[in-house]
Design a protein around this ligand. Structure first.
Ligand SMILES: *Cc1c(COP(=O)(O)O)cnc(C)c1O
Length: 423
């Protein structure tokens, strides 16, 4: 019998799926639908769109490159798009992080970082026992097996429990009222106990995204980094979400004033245009792979590594996002959020409300909490009817807009939330 091919969607119970709205174009902060309606993309299409949909400078670069060269094997050829991107990256990355390894998405950027850290310990100092990581309870680092292993254990990782390698997991604070010690004390104790086996610590600096838009006090991060450095652990910053302006600085590590040993970037790298990811390493790590022996090289690579079209998209995005204009947009969005946060603080239907840079989040008081509750879906549906695309994480409603989103559109987005808060 012939079966008609069907699409299997990510994070979707296909048994319950109804027909989805059809998006036919996207421009700036808006997604246009086939039925003639439009919605504000208030979560930047899963945190990837930075400047706005179809940013003209990226469109132009991609169109031009598509006619010149589609794809070549990166291990055998250099090419102008990679050179162009390298030049742009040199203008924004710190001097201490000069070595750039390419892959395709956030999960592979994290996988690469984990593999680099473990192999580096083995090859520089002969410390092969340093093969595990310390990570935080509410962290999210991706969906491949290594990235899942260092992420928090929850509903998402449960079916694959047996596949995951063990890590040292630490308790942490989750709400804006939690003191610095809530984020640091368990970490500090566990590092003392396990440091001889640890290759590194992996952190989403300032904002843990998928774990519930948890925003960290700067002091806590500083202390964690200082403890890690003292114990010689590699500091891995997963800036897959926080990179490219979300925290109000180009990178969260700049806001913190600390350069990590490894940096993972993806989502906003091409402005949301095409898949591309980077794992950026310091000299110590890079040098530990240099040898006359082939077996000491880094054993990692993907089919589309360094894809020329993705590279020009990233180069165009960086060229644009460096302009001071965007920093002004980040602070405009931040002030807008802060005013709303201030006015809603203490609302009876909110457990917590918080903001960091261009992101605002609030924890709704709902009967049935957690990702599997129906709150998120129902909320999302009602917001959509009000012209706003939002997708809460369980009972955490958040706004993570493209930077071109106007104050009027921000107002419409907040109103859609406020209507739910005050039914
Ligand atoms: C989204 C995300 C990832 C995974 O990226 P994918 O491109 O979805 O594989 C990793 N880390 C963080 C912090 C993320 O937000």
């Amino acid at each position: 019998m012939k079966t008609k091919a069907k699409i299997w969607l990510p994070y979707t119970q296909m048994k319950k799926i109804k027909e989805l709205p059809e998006a036919i174009s996207a421009k700036g902060s808006l997604i246009h639908l086939k039925n003639g309606k439009k919605v504000i993309d208030a979560i930047s299409s899963w945190w990837v769109i930075t400047l706005g949909h179809c940013e003209p400078s990226i469109v132009k670069a991609v169109q031009k490159q598509a006619q010149e060269m589609d794809q070549v094997l990166f291990a055998n050829f250099n090419h102008p798009p990679a050179k162009k991107l390298l030049k742009e990256l040199q203008s924004i990355l710190p001097k201490k992080l000069p070595y750039i390894f390419f892959s395709d998405n956030g999960s592979t950027a994290v996988e690469s970082a984990l593999k680099m850290a473990v192999q580096s310990w083995k090859q520089t100092k002969g410390e092969a026992q340093r093969n595990t990581f310390i990570s935080f309870k509410n962290s999210y680092h991706g969906d491949t097996v290594g990235a899942m292993s260092v992420s928090g254990r929850n509903l998402f990782t449960y079916p694959y429990k047996k596949l995951l390698f063990s890590v040292v997991r630490v308790k942490q604070g989750t709400r804006s009222s939690d003191p610095v010690s809530a984020y640091v004390s368990d970490f500090s104790e566990k590092v003392k106990k396990y440091h001889a086996t640890l290759a590194g610590v992996i952190i989403e600096p300032f904002i843990q995204g998928a774990g519930g838009m948890i925003m960290w006090p700067k002091e806590a991060l500083k202390e964690i980094c200082s403890i890690s450095k003292k114990k010689g652990l590699y500091l891995i910053f997963d800036e897959v979400m926080t990179g490219f302006g979300r925290t109000g600085e180009l990178f969260a590590f700049q806001k913190l004033g600390i350069t990590p040993d490894l940096l993972c970037l993806s989502k906003g790298l091409t402005g949301g245009f095409l898949p591309l990811a980077l794992t950026v390493a310091n000299k110590t790590i890079y040098d530990s792979f240099l040898s006359d022996e082939k077996k000491l090289m880094f054993f990692h690579g993907h089919s589309f590594t360094g894809n020329p079209i993705s590279c020009v998209a990233a180069a165009a995005n960086i060229k644009e996002i460096k302009k001071t204009k965007w920093k002004k947009e980040w602070s405009r969005i931040e002030s807008f959020h802060q005013k709303k946060i201030h006015s809603l603080k203490g609302h009876k239907n909110l457990i917590d409300i918080r903001g960091c840079g261009t992101i605002a989040a609030m924890e709704f008081r709902v009967k049935n909490q957690g990702y599997s509750s129906s709150f998120a879906e129902e909320f999302s549906k009602k917001a959509f009817q009000r012209g706003v695309f939002l997708r809460p994480l369980g009972n955490i409603v958040y706004i993570l807009p493209p930077y071109c989103t106007s104050n009027k559109e921000l107002e419409q987005t907040w109103s859609a939330i406020e209507e739910e808060l005050n039914p």
